[in-house]
Design a protein around this ligand. Structure first.
Ligand SMILES: Cc1ncc(COP(=O)(O)O)c(C=O)c1O
Length: 481
């Protein structure tokens, strides 16, 4: 992608105050498109005019300059400008070069004003559809658990978790996630976050000082690890997940990854990188902490299985009910290497003596009766439809934003034009009662601006409306376009 910043005072056209304009023109030279270069430029300028990014009267870069910056021959730009002039999008103004046609001022659709707010809009990443929680089925499981539990189950029991739940989870994780899970290696936690905290403390006691984390990655994990006295070491992520080549020089006793659906970028750890990650762990006698927070939701194919299945003695697997059901349950689980199990169990004992048992029994019943599978079967198409609606609305209202990541989970990432001011957009949106989540929140190393857009909690009409408003907010951002 090439952003062309043009200051006409320096161009071959007369200076009219030196106002700088920016053209975002992307040329695909990969051979993956049959669209000639001039047509690509034409299309993007046309969209820019139609979408209001290039307002009537805006002066365009001189043909020579644009050609130079896009590394095409001048004739290509001349052809594009001529075509758009013939179509009425551009005009040649004496002394000012090529401008967006003034005539369009009269016909251009008015920019949408920020719509009045009806409901609070929050693209909360990772928030599931709370209204979709299967209350009746959960109540049945709660009742069954409370009714059938022997008295002994209600006393101080194993802090690692109720036996029936560990057995149910072992079966479920084995068949649904490819986890090699013996109930004896499973430990029930209060949400996934507690699992990371328990592991962090155990690793620290074993002498680990540094834990490699994905950058960008889930900020809460970094905070939890720091809180355990560990230093999170950022390792970059790309469209194939964690850059395992960048791990080579990292002296860390563990690495925390989200292989099935990278949080937040949404990439899937490539097979070669899975192998490289495990080899790195083996070489360094380090552990991998696998955060498998939302892997059940994959919309274009079957989810990839857990990394843990490949190396159960190297990988500490962490999962939770927070996405497959709701976060308020605060239920999570760990499948642990044998070498860590007792120490983690001790930490859990010291924390809280175990997770509330009636909730554990309810979850065991819920899983064993197939209710979790039924719930997932019901929710997958719902979330998929929401994702599709979000992506379609973004393409329509904010075509210059780029949606990234595989079709999975409860959030997607929108990369903004390189020169967009993410912080200003977040602040501006907040003034319009819209809560956005910036990609910079997830980053350790600064990078291109973006948003992490959760769609799980918003039905399609609400999502479409929210994107419409988001576009209006973005348009009204001073100097956004
Ligand atoms: C990547 C990731 N891991 C873990 C969690 C937290 O899970 P829990 O609510 O079970 O602690 C979240 C929650 O948003 C998350 O996004």
């Amino acid at each position: 992608m090439r952003t062309v910043r043009q200051d006409h005072s320096a161009a071959d056209e007369p200076d009219q105050g030196g106002r700088a304009i920016e053209l975002l023109v992307t040329l695909d030279r990969s051979g993956g498109t049959v669209e000639p270069l001039h047509a690509q430029i034409e299309r993007q300028l046309r969209e820019g005019v139609r979408g209001g990014r290039l307002a009537p009267g805006t002066r365009l870069p001189a043909t020579r300059e644009l050609a130079q910056q896009l590394r095409v021959s001048r004739g290509v730009v001349v052809e594009a400008y001529a075509q758009l002039t013939a179509e009425g999008y551009l005009a040649t103004r004496r002394g000012a070069g090529t401008v967006v046609a003034e005539a369009l001022r009269r016909v251009a659709p008015p920019r949408p004003a920020p719509l009045p707010r009806t409901v609070p809009e929050d693209f909360h990443p990772g928030m599931p559809d709370l209204a979709g929680f299967p209350r009746a089925a959960w109540m049945r499981s709660l009742r069954a658990g409370a009714r059938d539990a022997p008295d002994a189950a209600l006393g101080y029991v194993d802090p690692a978790g109720a036996t029936v739940l560990r057995a149910a989870l072992a079966r479920y994780l084995g068949r649904a996630r490819g986890v090699a899970a013996d109930p004896e290696q499973l430990l029930v936690t209060s949400g996934l976050q507690q699992g990371v905290a328990l592991l962090g403390r155990v690793l620290r006691r074993r002498g680990v000082r540094r834990v490699a984390v994905e950058d960008p990655g889930f900020l809460v994990h970094r905070a939890v690890l720091s809180n355990c006295g560990l230093e999170p070491v950022p390792v970059p992520v790309d469209e194939h997940g964690l850059r395992t080549d960048a791990l080579a020089g990292v002296a860390a006793g563990a690495v925390l990854v989200t292989p099935a659906h990278q949080a937040p970028l949404g990439s899937v750890l490539a097979p070669s990188r899975r192998a490289a990650l495990l080899a790195w762990a083996e070489r360094n006698d380090a552990f991998v902490i696998e955060d498998d927070y939302d892997a059940e939701y994959r919309y274009d194919r079957e989810p990839v299985g857990a990394l843990q299945g490949l190396a159960p003695e190297r990988v500490a697997y962490a999962g939770c009910a927070s996405k497959v059901l709701v976060p308020g349950l605060r239920l999570g689980w760990l499948a642990l290497p044998r070498t860590l199990y007792d120490a983690v169990r001790t930490e859990k004992t010291l924390d809280d003596l175990g997770t509330p048992v009636l909730d554990q029994l309810a979850l065991a019943d819920f899983v064993e009766r197939g209710e979790l599978d039924r719930h997932l079967r019901r929710m997958r198409p719902r979330y998929r439809a929401r994702r599709d609606a979000l992506v379609a609305a973004l393409a329509e209202h904010l075509p210059e934003w780029r949606v990234d990541g595989v079709a999975a989970g409860l959030h997607t990432v929108a990369l903004l034009p390189e020169d967009a001011d993410e912080a200003a957009l977040l602040a501006h949106a907040k003034r319009h009662d819209m809560i956005l989540h910036g990609l910079s929140w997830y980053r350790v190393t600064p990078g291109p601006p973006g948003l992490v857009l959760g769609y799980g909690a918003l039905a399609e009409p609400a999502l479409t409306h929210a994107v419409h408003r988001l576009a209006a907010v973005y348009d009204s951002l001073p100097a956004a376009r």
